[in-house]
Design a protein around this ligand. Structure first.
Ligand code: SAH
Length: 456
């Protein structure tokens, strides 16, 4: 029996989706962070549970050929990059495994997988960052949460973000400290500044600076910062500055109220050739280049002829449907966040797209209504959040019985579960499946699945 503080020798043979390497000893699975498949290690056991244990590296006996030197000084502490210590090639192999394992284990599928579409650029690819702010040694600091905690690792030069983000964040933090504006404290709920949230249009370069604060008092401070400093001259791409007020004791970053301090409430980017307006609340894929690849793979799977009616469930700002507008007869998007729907409608308008409509509401409820009204879309695209589709959404999809269902998902486990539910109806089968890496160096991976009606 393994016990705490014991030192054992193991070989890492697999990787979990949290980025922990896994090996086996004395009939138990042992999870060890910052390891690579093929490592032979001396591991110190730090926690023992019923059938598994956690350990940390004591000594690397034989280093895996997948290992590479991490190019980030905080990658071992920060919760962002799980795979900065292995090659990107090895990372893609592991991510393909996450997808095939989930579809086999949870979905019960035996499939042929198309090769995962990796990133050409594995650094600086993100278009959005939300930096937590905290007080440390009486100073406001900004950075990232350490693994599985809310302790801020002070570090802004993250290699996943455009370098200008760190410059803006450092500028704002210096201002906050010079003017003794307090950071918010999650434990005591005192203080003011919670997050610095940045968005950058990948193709346009337009930047949104949003300061998330616990109280409206921040509006005055941010106004003063804008009028008394050279922030706008120094960072000419900043097109809007917003204070978002979130007074709640919650892990959710954004509150409901926005105060416009400078410019408009939106920035514009271009996605698949369409102009896309983005408000702070709207979902927008964080890796624009790879999202364009993802949408074009989804369009390829749908094999559109120009005559189809498509339904885009969980449509966000409408990016997927709009990217296919010229290949279909008409499209309907459904999304629960009102601001995103407003963005989607404007996005159709500013691009002169007349065959698109967008409905605000819960995907399941709206799809159910459409099914009851006898709507028969030819293709349904679903791109749900991590928790996947609700059962009523799947039921409504089945009632509408489209020829094709294209499922896009950022969580292989819920995608496999939802595809299983769809295929268990006996009406559909999976025809194609492909991974797309939108989140290089992190533990996340996207997948696209084509399900078609049997016999078609
Ligand atoms: N297809 C979009 C967005 C995908 S993210 C894109 O590629 O950009 C998932 C989206 O589902 C988010 O915009 C989220 O606000 C929305 N959403 C979450 N729960 C929902 C629900 N119950 N009904 C409709 N939309 C929902």
């Amino acid at each position: 029996m393994i016990s705490k503080n014991q030192i054992i020798e193991i070989e890492i043979t697999g990787m979990t989706s949290e980025g922990n390497g896994v090996g086996h000893a004395q009939g138990m699975a042992v999870f060890v962070p910052c390891t690579a498949i093929g490592d032979k290690l001396e591991v110190k056991i730090v926690k023992v549970l019923k059938s598994y244990a956690y350990g940390i590296i004591e000594k690397i006996l034989i280093s895996s050929p997948d290992r590479t030197q991490s190019d980030c000084p905080v990658s071992q502490k920060c919760g962002g990059c799980m795979f900065r210590h292995i090659t990107y090639e090895a990372e893609l192999k592991i991510k393909s495994g996450f997808i095939s394992d989930a579809f086999k284990r949870i979905g019960g599928f035996d499939l042929e997988y198309e090769s995962i579409a990796g990133c050409e650029e594995t650094d600086f690819y993100r278009n959005k960052a939300q930096y937590p702010v905290a007080m440390q040694d009486s100073k406001a600091v900004c950075g990232f949460y350490s693994r599985r905690s809310h302790r801020v690792v002070p570090f802004t030069a993250c290699r996943l973000q455009p370098p200008v983000f760190a410059q803006i964040v450092d500028y704002v933090i210096d201002y906050i400290n010079e003017h003794h504006i307090p950071a918010y404290d999650e434990q005591t709920h005192k203080g003011l500044i919670r997050h610095i949230y940045l968005r950058k249009g990948f193709h346009t370069g337009e930047i949104m600076l949003c300061i998330v604060a616990a109280d409206k008092k921040a509006v005055k401070y941010v106004r003063e910062m804008v009028s008394s400093t050279d922030i706008l001259e120094k960072f000419g791409d900043i097109k809007c500055i917003i204070v978002n007020v979130n007074p709640d004791n919650t892990n959710v970053i954004l509150g409901r109220k926005n105060f416009q301090i400078y410019g408009s409430e939106n920035i514009t980017d271009v996605m698949c050739g369409n102009k896309i307006m983005l408000s702070p609340m709207s979902f927008y894929q964080v890796n624009t280049c790879q999202a364009e690849k993802l949408y074009s793979i989804a369009a390829g799977f749908a094999e559109l002829s120009g005559n189809e009616k498509i339904l885009d469930l969980y449509c966000g700002t409408g990016t997927i449907g709009l990217s296919m507008h010229d290949k279909v007869k008409c499209l309907t998007g459904v999304e629960v966040i009102n601001q995103a729907v407003e963005n989607a409608k404007i996005n159709a308008q500013i691009n002169g797209i007349e065959n698109a409509e967008f409905i605000c509401g819960d995907a399941g409820t709206i799809a159910d209504k459409m099914a009851a009204q006898g709507e028969k879309p030819d293709v349904i695209i679903v791109d749900p959040p991590r928790k996947g589709c609700d059962g009523n959404t799947i039921e409504a999809i089945l009632k509408m019985s489209p020829c094709k269902i294209v499922m896009i998902s950022c969580n292989p486990a819920t995608a496999a579960r939802d595809c299983r539910m769809i295929c268990e109806s006996g009406e559909y089968e999976i025809r194609k499946i492909r991974g797309v890496d939108l989140f290089a160096r992190t533990g996340h991976v996207e997948s696209v699945v084509l399900m078609s009606r049997k016999g078609k």
